[in-house]
Design a protein around this ligand. Structure first.
Ligand SMILES: [Zn+2]
Length: 246
């Protein structure tokens, strides 16, 4: 069972943003790290993922954090009232409204990385709901620091967490299956048609992100920290950093 999600957020990055990120990776020849076909199509603006079929038990919540928009994701098993929140965004009221509309109890919070926009209201939510928050370099409310590469037991069942550093040293990607659909919460590792800016060892980090992306199930839904929800299939075709020749 699934429902059609209108996917309203615009792409996080413009063509200019993509080039600026590519320049950090390969200052002498930024174009060398980009797919020419994907960047050409981005110039003509036809690559944003449109409405998507998403499994039941998933709600994207987007809030304002200073001048930017940031996503967090509420996930639950249909028939259960326990929910996991991936990142917190910056608006407690939006999260609480989603919880009450879906009649859910917040069981725990999983953090993709400890940048301010992703944990802005973490302490407040933990205090209000009496729940823990777990992450690789940040935890709160009785939460634990996660060891990457492990499968963790959560209120929505097993969740795999993998370390994919580059945008942040503590970037984790969480993977699980929801109503039979593979889902990856990618934080700022991958955006639709871009990636999060690489801050350390950019060339090596890009290679690691590409290797990780290549290992994701081809039918996986990708939930990024900014911009629209997307899919592995979409990014394989249209992401200038990740596109493969077809
Ligand atoms: Zn972010």
């Amino acid at each position: 069972m699934s429902s059609l999600y209108s996917n309203p957020e615009p792409l996080e990055d413009s063509v200019e943003d993509v080039f600026a990120k590519a320049e950090k990776i390969a200052p002498a020849a930024p174009i060398s790290v980009l797919s020419l076909e994907a960047i050409e199509l981005m110039r003509s603006g036809g690559v944003r993922p449109g409405p998507l079929e998403i499994p039941r038990g998933l709600r994207a919540i987007t809030s304002d954090y200073f001048a930017m928009r940031v996503n967090c994701f509420l996930v639950w098993r249909v028939g259960s009232h326990d929910a996991v929140l991936f990142d917190t965004g910056a608006d407690v009221a939006l999260v609480n409204r989603a919880l009450s509309e879906e009649k859910l109890k917040l069981a725990e919070i999983l953090i993709t990385h400890a940048h301010g926009d992703h944990i802005a209201v973490c302490e407040e939510l933990c205090a209000q709901h009496g729940c823990p928050a777990h992450g690789m370099a940040f935890c709160f409310g009785g939460g634990i620091l996660l060891t990457p590469g492990a499968e963790i037991a959560t209120a929505i069942g097993p969740v795999r967490c993998d370390h994919v550093p580059g945008h942040a040293e503590d970037s984790l990607v969480y993977q699980f299956s929801l109503e039979g659909r593979p889902v990856a919460v990618v934080g700022d590792v991958i955006f639709s048609c871009s990636i999060g800016g690489l801050r350390s060892r950019p060339a090596e980090s890009l290679k690691n992100i590409r290797d990780f992306f290549a290992g994701l199930p081809s039918d996986a839904l990708l939930l990024p920290g900014h911009g629209p929800v997307t899919t592995v299939m979409h990014e394989r075709r249209w992401n200038p950093f990740l596109a493969v020749a077809v």
